[in-house]
Design a protein around this ligand. Structure first.
Ligand code: SDX
Length: 438
């Protein structure tokens, strides 16, 4: 979107004789203003410096808004609390992709299009054979998503809106099938084909848990919970994996390769891998003695030398409770209640750990609250999803957000290939010496 500068300006003065300059300021509809520094290097010969991009807006966007202080998350202006309780995941996909919620006919058409693309090419299964059965599902998914670019020559051109649309439908439709294939391969069971009469989340559950010998009895409470997990993970502004997809796509590569880059980035324990790391953390505390060992664990977290973090806590943007964590905790209650697991020791441990952390100044002073990953592992485990598959589920759900953000960037007339600069602190120019003299 081409921005209109506000009447306010930022004035930059330098103590080294570089001429002062005025920089335009742009105001968004919500959230902080931005200072346009695009002319800074040309006029001053200086770069800005912001490793980790704590104070940098990489783009302008109309998709997702987060207010970290209020703990607010809006998809296209709609609060996550309303979407998670009044809509389903495919409605949310439509919203993120096209800018508004679908009406009855639009929803039916979109669901039909996605449903009719859920199968993958039969050749895809042969990639699986190269992996060990115990390969991490994210290693498999990174490979499979990238491999999709070898099958759809008719939807590879990022600059063709129709091809972007087709690849978006294909990716949203096929991610559940690929994730379920990665799971079936890991347990040595045959793949289950998608069933077009089932809803998106029910189809995924069936591909995961049905076998040729026995079909899967769809449990509506569990399906609804999984659909809500998908909604909560669908998009989240310019997080690490979304920024990766934008930067990757800015070279003009194909949509499948760009989404594969997002999958690879999401895998990290500081990002999407945190849900798996959080559950493993709860297992460790439980193995050491459970609730009475929480104090010892918290002490380790507070000891900088331990390199131990309270996984599922903290966030670059949320300095208040992540609204998704609240919804995830409610979903936990629903699912555990449905399964008669009220006394699930892991859930009790997680709630006690949260309560103790939120009363401890170390966390309060650093504004560390539970994030989306804190409870999502407990819900997924209760549904029967193995820990190693949690991040792959996150990638499945986030695919629509990555695509919406990629589309927005490519459709922006001002977009350029991303190419940051640096502060060079290495060796000055020097000459190579013959090896005998080194
Ligand atoms: C996701 O960006 C997104 O939107 C991501 C995401 C999305 O939907 O895309 O929301 C999904 O990735 C959620 C975050 C999942 N990650 C985790 O749960 C891993 C544990 N959390 C962290 O490692 C950390 O909180 C981050 C990575 C999430 C945020 O790190 P920042 O913003 O770079 O903050 P920081 O590492 O500089 O920490 C600030 C302080 C430090 O202490 P001091 O140096 O000031 O003494 O807080 C401490 C940190 O040591 N700290 C923690 C902590 N998180 C931060 N201490 C203990 N446990 C933690 N979890």
């Amino acid at each position: 979107m081409t921005l209109k500068p506000s009447t306010e300006k930022a004035t930059l003065t330098f103590s080294d004789g570089t001429p002062a300059m005025e920089l335009p300021i742009y105001k968004g509809t919500l959230g902080p203003d931005v200072i346009d520094i695009r002319q800074l290097y040309g006029k001053s010969g200086k770069f800005t410096y912001d490793p980790g991009f704590l104070s940098t807006a990489s783009c302008n966007s109309t998709i997702t808004y987060i207010d970290g202080d209020k703990g607010e998350l809006l998809y296209r202006g709609y609060p996550i609390e309303q979407l998670a309780t009044q809509c389903d995941y495919l409605e949310t996909c439509y919203l993120l992709l096209y800018g508004d919620l679908p009406d009855v006919k639009q929803k039916a058409d979109f669901v039909k299009r996605v449903t009719s693309h859920t199968m993958v090419n039969e050749q895809m299964q042969f990639f699986m054979r190269g992996f060990r059965r115990d390969a991490h599902p994210m290693a498999v998914l990174t490979g499979l998503v990238g491999a999709l670019s070898a099958f759809y020559p008719d939807s590879m051109n990022l600059h063709d809106p129709w091809q972007r649309e087709v690849s978006a439908i294909r990716l949203i439709a096929k991610m559940p099938t690929l994730v379920a294939m990665a799971y079936k391969y890991s347990v040595g069971q045959p793949y289950m084909y998608p069933r077009n009469e089932l809803s998106y989340a029910a189809n995924f559950m069936r591909m995961m848990f049905a076998t040729p010998c026995e079909d899967y009895k769809v449990n509506d409470v569990l399906v609804r919970a999984l659909d809500r997990i998908f909604i909560l993970h669908a998009d989240h502004e310019q997080n690490a994996s979304t920024s990766t997809v934008r930067l990757c796509a800015s070279s003009g590569t194909n949509p499948f390769a760009a989404i594969a880059a997002g999958v690879a980035c999401l895998w990290g324990p500081a990002h999407g891998g945190a849900n798996e790391a959080c559950l493993n953390m709860l297992y460790d505390i439980q193995a050491q003695g459970g609730i009475e060992k929480i104090g010892e664990f918290i002490a380790k977290v507070k000891d900088k030398n331990s390199n131990v973090r309270l996984m599922g806590f903290g966030h670059r943007v949320y300095k208040n409770y992540d609204p998704r964590a609240k919804l995830m905790r409610e979903t936990c209650h629903e699912v555990l209640g449905e399964l008669g697991l009220h006394d699930d020791p892991l859930f009790k441990l997680a709630m006690k750990l949260e309560q103790i952390a939120l009363e401890d100044d170390y966390f309060v002073s650093r504004k560390l609250y539970p994030n989306v990953d804190y409870y999502s592992g407990i819900v997924q485990k209760a549904i029967g999803i193995p820990v190693s598959l949690f991040t792959a589920i996150f990638a499945l759900a986030r695919t629509v957000g990555w695509i919406a953000q990629l589309n927005e960037m490519i459709a922006d007339p001002e977009y350029k290939i991303g190419r940051p600069r640096q502060l060079f602190v290495g060796a000055q120019r020097r000459d190579v010496k013959a090896i005998a003299t080194r």
